[in-house]
Design a protein around this ligand. Structure first.
Ligand code: XMP
Length: 525
């Protein structure tokens, strides 16, 4: 097992390590993740991490991230000039490059012809850093400043029609720079550039595995928690399950899990959680049956935001009561991921727009006086999935489509009742079963049934029916911010429709949602 180097969660010095010095760019964490994709451990650190500490950590390479400032502005974040004498390979990205250049005596100016967004870039000199790249490629620029003069320090490796120094290399040291962002998907071969820096320039072998990350988290949780008890709220989803599994590995019987059954769950959800966290991981699992309380409070409510508010409030009440009944708990664990940190606007430079109040337990730790444990805070979803598999969670859980906190509450349009929720639950289970058996579940990022608050006329046998309608929604998306409706094969639609109408009492019509996001959202409410 690896030993964590310090309480900041910085890595052990046995691992190959790349540090990203954070100058406030929105994609700084993404750089770290792209490096980890190369099986090299990489972590984002403050841009002013003392040079002594950097030396101790023995990184194989340093990356200076982008950032919103201009290097010539007063109060722009700077870098210790001694960094460039450490003999550690350095890659400056955008602001990081401009800073490196300025620190070494060059000049940066507000580029006369600003380049933003996609632009074409040509290779002008050969270098190991450019291994495997085509002569010309599309790259993503997002800064107005450019290098005007490198004081003879750097030579150009790539250029665009308006930027002579799109990629540069120091004349005598392993210091590289990119004016564009290799970490974003709009830059073609960006991953290759980062891989080249890490492997060709820094000489990393790529032996790091997600299991090292688990080991580090386990060690740091043990050190922090000591003999105390930790509460983990389970939602049935992958993030909270991975958190619980890590905690169980770290502290075993000191972990108590709370799962609130709000009556708005999908078919079989509660049993699955029991099976996983009582039988497989033998945690102290508290399943709170709060179905009646939720449905009572939601009676007669049809407004979506009102539903969300009530569900959130009741959840906090129920969770709080259960948590208070658990003796000696000092910590509350949450499955916050890095994209959630951005979405909630918690990082200073991230896009501040908060999308929806997604997190049910938001505000709870403070109210209850808990200290927060967030082992996934630096990670992206696919890394969490890899961790989940490594921890022994099933493929089915790890690849589960996202399910909103308010659950079927926002998919059962109109008034909520036991009868209507049962209809929806049955129809939803059929949709998912059919997608799985057609091998489509993993190709679709989110799919579900929605019960509409309208009735339509039908005929069944000799009789006329007047029953409710199920809409089927299935979307393909990269990030859930935009989404396309999934072009579902007709035979699958046919099986779903036939089964729902035959098997779900009270439904006589099935429709398929062919709206993209935007303008429609993924959920109907
Ligand atoms: P929309 O409907 O905004 O959904 O296109 C984008 C993603 O967010 C999920 N979603 C929620 N998740 N609480 C949640 O935890 C919510 O209130 C909520 N509303 C939407 C939705 O399922 C989709 O994955």
């Amino acid at each position: 097992m690896t030993v964590p180097a310090d309480s900041n969660g910085l890595p052990s010095i046995q691992e190959e390590l790349i540090l990203v010095l954070d100058f406030g760019g929105q994609t700084a964490q993404l750089i770290a993740r792209r490096v980890r994709d190369q099986n090299v451990f990489c972590q984002l650190v403050r841009h002013d991490l003392p040079i002594e500490r950097i030396r101790e950590l023995k990184p194989k390479g340093l990356i200076l991230s982008g950032g919103p400032a201009s290097v010539y502005e007063k109060n722009a974040p700077h870098v210790d000039a001694r960094l460039f004498d450490l003999g550690i390979p350095i890659l400056g990205i955008c602001y990081g490059l401009q800073l490196a250049c300025q620190t070494l005596g060059g000049r940066v100016t507000p580029g006369s012809k600003r380049e933003f967004g996609r632009t074409q870039c040509q290779i002008v000199a050969a270098d190991p850093f450019l291994t495997g790249l085509p002569a010309s490629m599309t790259v993503w620029m997002s800064h107005g400043d450019q290098i005007e003069d490198t004081a003879g320090m750097f030579t150009s490796l790539m250029s665009t029609s308006t930027c002579a120094f799109a990629a540069v290399k120091h004349r005598s040291q392993a210091i590289y720079g990119l004016q564009f962002h290799p970490e974003v998907t709009h830059t073609e071969h960006g991953g290759q550039l980062l891989a080249n820096f890490v492997k060709e320039v820094c000489g990393c072998h790529g032996t790091w595995k997600i299991s090292s990350l688990i080991d580090r988290e386990v060690a740091s949780i043990r050190a922090r928690v000591g003999a105390n008890r930790v509460i983990c709220g389970l939602s049935g989803g992958v993030d909270s399950s991975v958190v619980a599994a890590i905690l169980y590995k770290a502290i075993g019987s000191q972990l108590s899990c709370i799962f609130v059954d709000n009556g708005l769950l999908r078919k079989g959800e509660s049993d699955k959680v029991r099976d996983r966290f009582e039988n497989h991981f033998k945690t102290d699992l508290h399943v709170v049956d709060a179905k009646k309380q939720f449905l009572d409070e939601l009676a007669g409510v049809t407004d979506p935001q009102q539903k969300r508010k009530i569900i959130g409030r009741v959840f906090i009440d129920v969770f709080r009561k259960e948590a208070e009944s658990i003796q000696d708990a000092k910590f509350l664990a949450q499955g916050t991921l890095y994209p959630d940190v951005i979405e909630s606007g918690a990082n200073i430079d991230g896009p501040a727009a908060t999308i929806k109040a997604h997190h049910n337990v938001g505000g709870l730790p403070e109210q209850l006086g808990f200290e927060l444990i967030e082992p996934l805070r630096d990670l992206f979803k696919d890394e969490v999935r890899r961790m989940g598999l490594e921890l022994g969670l099933t493929e089915e859980l790890v690849w589960r489509h996202p399910f909103p906190g308010p659950g079927l509450g926002v998919r059962c349009l109109g008034e909520l009742s036991d009868v209507r929720l049962t209809k929806l639950r049955e129809a939803d289970a059929i949709v998912l079963e059919e997608l799985r058996s057609a091998g489509l579940y993993r190709l679709i990022q989110q799919a579900f049934a929605v019960l509409l608050p309208v009735q339509s006329v039908g005929v069944m046998g000799d009789g006329r029916t007047y029953e409710e309608v199920i809409a089927v929604r299935a979307v393909a998306t990269d990030d859930f911010m935009t989404a396309d409706w999934y072009p579902m094969p007709h035979d699958v639609l046919q099986r779903i429709s036939t089964r729902i109408i035959n098997e779900v009492r009270g439904v006589n019509r099935v429709v398929y949602d062919i709206s993209s996001k935007p303008p429609s959202t993924i959920e109907w409410e």
